[in-house]
Design a protein. Structure first.
Length: 137
């Protein structure tokens, strides 16, 4: 029997593909995270306003507001700046990755991805740190 370490924190999964949302939400819940979901950019911003997550897994290509737009909006709101953002995209060209970081993403992961590697990134970004410690990339 394998033991899975449990984590804590609130994660918002945003993707317009229901199977992606379900897979990611299930994996994160098993790991101990509290998970909320959204299927487009506008719903993501509404969810953040009502139930501020610690981290957002954010698909880039979505209806109503792209992941880039959502990321930029999060970074422009002072009360949301602490939220960690991992962008998920099938767009893996250097220019797309650079744009993701320019909008304020903490990490950019291209699809397809290893679920284990993604969980490792989430855990690293949500690792408790002292107020004076810089965020981990």
């Amino acid at each position: 029997m394998s033991s899975i370490a449990t984590a804590s924190g609130k994660v918002l999964v945003v993707d317009d593909t229901p199977t992606n949302v379900k897979l990611l939400a299930d994996v994160l819940r098993i790991r101990g995270y509290t998970v909320t979901t959204a299927t487009n950019g506008e719903d993501a911003l509404s969810s953040i306003a009502t139930d501020r997550p610690d981290l957002v897994l954010l698909d880039v290509m979505m209806p109503q507001a792209s992941g880039y737009e959502v990321c930029q909006t999060i970074r422009l709101r002072p009360e949301w700046r602490h939220i960690r953002i991992i962008m998920l995209s099938a767009k893996g060209r250097d220019s797309e990755v650079v744009k993701g970081f320019a909008m304020g993403a903490d990490a950019y992961v291209t699809k397809p991805f290893s679920t284990r590697d993604l969980v490792d990134r989430i855990e690293a970004l949500l690792e408790p740190r002292a107020p004076s410690d810089p965020p981990k990339a």
